[in-house]
Design a protein around this ligand. Structure first.
Ligand SMILES: [Zn+2]
Length: 326
């Protein structure tokens, strides 16, 4: 592939060495193909479903692929773009696997993408990202495709995991599950355009997380975001949460501002600051703590040289309660 026109924007060479594990090979078809165009060449695709008659209209699968496992359908498309791409397909639901069983499966994963409406799968990806100490990006489309969210975590550098950021959701889901109910949104009304905006942002975050610190705009992106790990998008002027235009409120837009309409986004930090660590962080960060500790130790000499510079200044993050040694 000739990447010459995008090399100033992103570290293509680094992307070609990274392995991305994707949960959900449905609405994420466009995202996985676009990341392939950017150089991501080692994929692990997980989805137990086959392409159905209802999928080509909103998931980017081709009608000729109906009946194929979704992971195989996407793998074919990825190889069409980059014939030398390495694509592992796992047409299974592994969310019930034990940590030991996942050890080999995700041993080489550099980043997880959770492109699934399944809360169980999202929760699983969070645990696996913490266990492997690698970043993860979660994409969710709200009811009717009117809004969306993208959440990113990076256990190497940020102390908030998906569960920390969405702790209330875990409580509500736990209650529903104990009553035998699922709160997963159905995809009714979420057409292909509903996924394009959040997917485009999620793709940029993936590149940013995989090429952290590269001397280009994607290499700077994650530092620029700081602790704003929860992004929300309005995809329609009808988008409201509990009857309120949350984005308008967060952006401080007055009611008489005519230019405000739709397709806006906000990026916010952990709404439940100070509630750490969450149960997943307590259980699964054992590997991560070691490396985070190492990172903090590296900061120490710099702080000694410049007394006003704190670790938080350098990393932009709150120290982990269990790893504060400064
Ligand atoms: Zn957590």
């Amino acid at each position: 592939m000739d990447f010459s026109r995008i090399r100033t924007a992103m570290d293509v060479d680094a992307l070609q060495t990274k392995k991305v594990t994707l949960f959900g090979a449905g609405a994420s078809v466009g995202l996985s193909l676009d990341l392939t165009r950017c150089g991501v060449s080692h994929w692990q695709l997980l989805d137990p479903d086959v392409v159905g008659f209802e999928n080509p209209q909103r998931q980017g699968h081709d009608p000729g692929q109906i009946g194929q496992p979704k992971v195989e359908a996407v793998a074919t498309r990825i190889r069409e773009i980059n014939p030398s791409a390495v694509v592992e397909t796992v047409p299974l639901d592994v969310t019930g696997w034990t940590d030991e069983q996942t050890q080999a499966l995700f041993a080489a994963t550099d980043l997880f993408i959770a492109a699934t409406d399944s809360f169980v799968a999202q929760a699983f990806v969070n645990r696996m990202a913490l266990l492997r100490n690698v970043p993860a990006v979660f994409i969710g489309i709200y009811a009717g495709g009117l809004g969306a969210e993208v959440v990113w975590i990076d256990p190497r550098r940020r102390d908030c995991c998906f569960r920390c950021l969405c702790s209330k959701r875990y409580e509500v889901q736990k209650e529903a599950h104990s009553g035998g109910k699922s709160l997963d949104p159905n995809s009714e009304g979420a057409d292909i355009f509903s996924v394009r905006i959040p997917d485009a942002v999620a793709g940029q975050l993936v590149i940013g997380l995989l090429t952290l610190g590269a001397p280009n705009r994607y290499g700077r992106l994650i530092e620029q975001l700081g602790d704003r790990q929860f992004l929300q998008f309005s995809l329609s002027p009808d988008f409201k949460i509990a009857g309120r235009d949350i984005l308008k409120e967060k952006l401080g837009i007055a009611n008489d501002v005519e230019s405000y309409f739709a397709w806006n986004s906000i990026a916010i930090a952990d709404p439940d600051r100070g509630q750490l660590p969450c149960p997943d962080c307590e259980t699964y960060r054992s590997h991560g703590f070691e490396q985070v500790d190492e990172a903090w130790r590296r900061v120490k000499p710099i702080e000694q040289v410049n007394g006003t510079q704190t670790a938080a200044d350098l990393f932009g993050a709150r120290p982990l309660e269990s790893s504060v040694t400064l």
